[in-house]
Design a binder for this molecule. Sequence first.
Ligand SMILES: [Zn+2]
Length: 237
Amino acid sequence: MNIKEQIDILVKLQKIEIESDDIKSKLSNVSKKLDSFDAKLKEFEQSIIDEESLLNDLNKEYRSYDSDAQTSLALIKKSQEKLRAVKTNKEYQSLLKEMEELKAKNSQAEDEMLLGLDRIDETEKNISVKKDEYSRVKERVNSDKETIMQEVEIGKERLAKLEAEWNEVSSKVKPELLKRYMMVKRQVKGIAIASVKKSVCSGCNMNLPPQMYNELQRCDSLKFCPNCQRIIYWEKS
Ligand SMILES: [Zn+2]
């Protein structure tokens, strides 16, 4: 196999690797995307839980004011009964004062209950709106997930095909050339074999010395870019 044929195989190999890397990076983004979906749903669930716990507190508060109101009402009733039996003016005045205080307490509790009812109402509405939104978001997330998982399946299948193709193609390259190619690839962290058009290396965009450009066109030995060290080959422009 001549140099030109070997170069063609390396180019093919590189094409397979580029596509594989692209798919791998997409697949890795997918798992990040899925994580972010789950995080979004969890955040939503938490906000509903928070709102429900607020509702629970408000209901407790309401019941406590309600019990205060009942207690003061009962005490007022008792005082009214006592009032009928009082003998002295002093007793009468003191009982009246006590009743005033109880009435004030009762009306305060009732005010708080009204406010509480408003807040309970508002919170219940918030929860219902949030739950509706949550089920919409969840539905959308599930359908997005499904689409993504289908893409993942397609990607994985393609990746397996590319891997098989890589094994087949790489077996045609001379082992020492493949070794060299892998070494350059590690060094440049990416594209290891670059075309040269009009004496410009496509790997680093530098001009090749004229002498080297002429040699490259003859294609009788493996050449490396003197600037970026990539394996280079001549491409007709
Ligand atoms: Zn170069």
